[in-house]
Design a binder for this molecule. Structure first.
Ligand SMILES: *Cc1c(COP(=O)(O)O)cnc(C)c1O
Length: 411
């Protein structure tokens, strides 16, 4: 399960990236978590219980779907979708929160906290906490609370408390800062469920492992349905958890091309995107060394993306390493192309993707068009678009206005 590209010797590092750049107070909690995780990995009962949760709560295995009409329309490679959108709560996030709640229970802690941007990780955490009867506080930027009011309501309905964050851009980075601050004062009885493959060791490893059910299932489903591995695997990259979960079981398959898609926003100039690998440079954010969007003085840059889930100025350290090793290629998809891909997939297959996932769909369509019909492109469809429908409607209305005609058609 561990990837072969992981550098030997230094635990918690992926080549030069990763590490544990945290205040002293968090060291003990991270050490405890690391030990507990090792113990859990060695315990067959843990794997069995995690498996049961994935089946009975998340609804796994998620389907592998041949997108026949989309493939025909593109006229290139055959396109398959790994349907993480069909998981309970609508995205891949639940895989990780179930695993971490089980770890929390092993450590005898009764409270979990989380940060959330779009609210998907918050909802997934609130769900897992409700299932296991844990107290749950979710930190969320005031701006995100406004944009994702429905998710705030869902969390509260499941018994979580949503803590409003008014600092900075009042979005994901600021919520993460506050969650870390909470944890520094509450580590004795609280577990921090980080939502992506970011943060200090051991989080990037733990989250990747919990999410790698995506790639393991997809790999064997591909072998079963097509009799071979895909030629290209595509996933969107925010912090990088759905991509890490999808890619890691394929890392050793050298013939499989891996493509990560970052948020290109409204253009690749400073502050207008969230493409941390494509446009960032090495720096420390939230406890680990990776690619970070920053200004000349090393201050974290403001970010923008059409999708709240990709709107983060950093990326998981293992992605930085895969990038440096040229094992994964990272590209970008801008807001307009992502919006277009939402419409394309909705029309062609009756599947409304999350705006995040639409970035992967867009790049995959482009790549598939370059390939012949005997090739296979596999997309990680990380989540469903219901949460984004208000946003999508507004954006389509704006796009349609100058031209006039397509607004009605678009709806
Ligand atoms: C949160 C989210 C993402 C981005 O997070 P990663 O850690 O990069 O996977 C992508 N897609 C969906 C549907 C999400 O909810």
């Amino acid at each position: 399960m561990t990837t072969q590209l992981q550098s030997p010797g230094r635990e918690g590092y992926f080549g030069p990236f990763g590490g544990q750049f945290v205040p002293e107070t968090l060291r003990a909690a991270l050490d405890q978590l690391t030990q507990e995780y090792h113990a859990a990995q060695a315990d067959p009962a843990f794997a069995k219980e995690f498996d049961r949760c994935l089946r009975e709560i998340a609804g796994r295995p998620s389907m592998l779907y041949y997108a026949g009409r989309l493939s025909e329309q593109v006229g290139g490679a055959r396109i398959y979708l790994k349907r993480e959108d069909l998981n309970h709560t609508g995205a891949h996030k639940i895989n990780n929160t179930l695993g971490q709640v089980l770890l929390c229970r092993r450590m005898g802690k009764k409270r979990v906290i989380a940060e959330t941007g779009a609210g998907q990780h918050g909802v997934a955490t609130a769900t897992a906490a409700a299932v296991f009867g844990l107290t749950c506080d979710v930190y969320m930027g005031a701006e995100d609370m406004r944009r994702q009011a429905l998710n705030v309501f869902r969390m509260e309905l499941m018994g979580a408390r949503v803590v409003r964050v008014d600092s900075g851009q009042r979005t994901l980075k600021d919520a993460t800062n506050e969650a870390m601050r909470d944890w520094m004062g509450s580590v004795a009885h609280t577990h921090y469920i980080i939502g992506s493959v970011v943060g200090p060791h051991p989080f990037p490893t733990i989250v990747r492992d919990f999410q790698s059910c995506i790639g393991r299932e997809a790999r064997s489903q591909m072998l079963q349905t097509a009799g071979r591995l895909p030629d290209v695997v595509v996933a969107c990259v925010g912090g990088g958890s759905n991509a890490a979960g999808m890619f890691s079981p394929f890392i050793a398959d050298k013939e499989v091309e891996l493509l990560g898609v970052e948020a290109g926003g409204t253009g690749l100039s400073f502050g207008r995107h969230a493409a941390s690998i494509s446009c960032g440079r090495p720096g420390i954010l939230h406890g680990s060394l990776s690619f970070v969007l920053q200004d000349e003085d090393g201050q974290t840059a403001p970010v923008h993306s059409i999708s709240a889930g990709l709107d983060y100025p950093g990326v998981g350290p293992e992605h930085a390493w895969w990038h440096q090793m040229h094992r994964v290629r990272y590209t970008t998809c801008d807001d307009a192309a992502a919006l277009q891909a939402v419409c394309t997939l909705s029309r062609a297959e009756g599947i409304i993707p999350a705006l995040e996932s639409a970035h992967a769909v867009s790049a995959a369509i482009q790549r598939a068009a370059e390939l012949s019909s005997d090739k296979i492109v596999l997309i990680c469809l990380s989540g469903r678009g219901d949460k984004d429908c208000n946003e999508i409607a507004d954006l389509l209305a704006k796009v349609a206005k100058p031209a006039g005609a397509t607004a009605k058609e678009g709806r």
